[in-house]
Write a protein that binds this ligand. Structure first.
Ligand code: ASP
Ligand code: MG
Length: 482
């Protein structure tokens, strides 16, 4: 076997496993995570592990930073003290003996550094983006040390890697842009030798550093992004995103108990679903993996036997036109009516500028001869937005609306799809329709109170006889028998 072949084979066994906040929220969760990684090692795989901060920690660090920035030193330190206790207690439940003592010392010194930082911020009375990144980075810095220690205790050769030595970014604090070539070089230099020596490297997600070594972060929820960067940079065989759901479902199982797990889905489909409220993961963050054709799995750390959902660049053809139905509630429709002005030059821009000024994202747009309808998340700025729009047009607001979004690559070029969709819900009033902006998505607005009915009717229409290659039909058989 040539050297190149040997490297290729070694990399196929390399799996990047990312565990979110709920998968490390306490000692029990960390032990579950440990067992899952140990299982992968037992199968002959070489895991590299990326972890989030313990659940809710990032929010609390943000709150502490803001309090300090307002000059509220005692408020900031009180939050840090609660976090310190939670981490030390967790460490106590997780480890014993020497390893506990070492970890406790490490946690204390990290929290001492955080306290110093918060005092400094409070003294200046200003929280800069650069300092804010430093504050929030403590969550992942500490959680990754704890998980590495748990791996060491369980004979998995756990070794901590400070993500800031590998994840090199620009200096756009709060949402830093990773420098993929530099990252690949660092991972090859620092992490690959550990893997080859049989260690299980553990690093914090979300955090990085610029080329001067100043701490940065990749934006909220950024640990998935880290996992994709690490998988891409190491040319891993697979990336696993461990979370607390069974993967991507045909719809929300709380609305529709018949919902099925989607076994495999394309990157584009997953991206549409994420945008419209399926909370599993934001596919933009796994782009570095998809570009290198590394499959990404979404898996449930509370149900590790479940096979989850595989996201790939291209999904196999599916007999069912749709893969999934997402619903997004709490939307408001704004009708902007201006009969004479509508098609005049600059009018649409003026309307959209108002939304832009209030940082208000628009979900759907539709226009007619006399009006523009847009849908937005219901929010407290709406009265101000409407007041401004009112200066140029008549404005009408309708709250308590919901968006239904049906996604599937296999609707491309099929006829009769809208007929089937709308006859399945012919008893329901549809307010706005959009199709074709992306070829794989059909969306429309209904009353919030109709969501359950609509989703169940559509699910019955399109998933009564699901394609077993794409959907987990076994689960439904089990559910029906039980
Ligand atoms: N801890 C970070 C956050 O809560 C990153 C992550 O969990 O992915 O946003
Ligand atoms: Mg998260």
């Amino acid at each position: 076997m040539s050297e190149a072949q040997r490297v290729g084979e070694a990399r196929a066994n390399l799996v990047v496993m990312k565990f979110g906040g709920t998968s490390v929220e306490d000692a029990k969760a960390m032990l579950r995570t440990t067992a899952i990684v140990k299982g992968r090692r037992a199968r002959g795989l070489s895991p590299v592990v990326v972890v989030s901060a313990m659940a809710k920690v990032t929010d609390q660090l943000i709150a502490a930073g803001k309090a300090a920035g307002r000059g509220d030193k005692s408020g900031a330190l009180a939050i840090a003290a609660r976090l310190r206790n939670r981490h030390i207690e967790t460490a106590g439940d997780l480890l014993c003996g020497e390893l506990f003592a070492e970890l406790q010392t490490m946690i204390k010194s990290e929290f001492d550094a955080l306290d110093d930082l918060l005092r400094g911020i409070a003294a200046v009375g200003e929280l800069t983006p650069r300092t804010a990144d430093n504050v929030v980075s403590f969550g992942e810095r500490i959680s990754s040390r704890m998980v590495a220690a748990a791996f060491a205790q369980h004979e998995m050769n756990g070794v901590h890697v400070d993500a800031r030595t590998c994840i090199i970014t620009d200096s756009h604090y709060g949402k830093a842009v990773p420098q993929e070539a530099a990252i690949e070089a660092k991972l090859t230099e620092l992490v690959l030798p550990l893997v080859n020596a049989g260690h299980t490297p553990v690093m914090g997600g979300f955090i990085g550093a610029n080329e001067d070594g100043i701490t940065t972060t990749l934006g909220r929820g950024g640990s998935d992004f880290t996992a994709a960067l690490v998988g891409g940079g190491l040319h891993a065989g697979a990336i696993e995103i461990w979370t607390d759901v069974d993967g991507i479902m045909t719809t929300d199982p709380r609305i529709c108990p018949d919902a099925l797990r989607v076994k495999t889905i394309s990157f584009e489909e997953a991206a549409e679903l994420a945008y419209f409220g399926a909370k599993v993961l934001h596919p933009a963050t796994i782009l570095p993996a998809v570009q290198k054709s590394i499959p990404v799995w979404v898996l449930n750390s509370r149900n590790a036997e479940n096979e989850g959902t595989k996201i790939t660049a291209m999904a196999p053809p599916c007999a069912s036109p749709f893969k999934s139905i997402a619903a997004k509630k709490r939307l408001t429709i704004i009708d902007v009516v201006a009969s004479r002005m509508l098609m005049t030059h600059g009018y649409l821009k003026a309307v959209f500028d108002v939304f832009d000024r209030y940082h208000c994202a628009i979900d759907m747009v539709s226009t007619s001869e006399v009006s523009i309808s847009v849908t937005v998340d219901s929010n407290e700025r709406l009265p101000e937005i409407c007041a401004e729009l009112g200066k140029m047009a008549d404005v009408k607001l309708e709250g308590h609306k919901a968006l239904i979004c049906m996604v599937g690559e296999d609707i491309r070029g099929r006829s009769g799809m809208s007929g089937r969709v709308f006859s399945a819900i012919k008893h329901i009033n549809v307010r706005m329709i959009s199709q074709g902006a992306s070829e794989i998505n059909m969306s429309f607005m209904i009353e919030e109170s109709d969501v359950e009915d609509a989703v169940r009717s559509l699910h019955a229409e399109f998933f009564a006889d699901p394609d077993p290659v794409i959907f987990d039909t076994e689960a439904r058989v089990v559910a029906t028998k039980a």
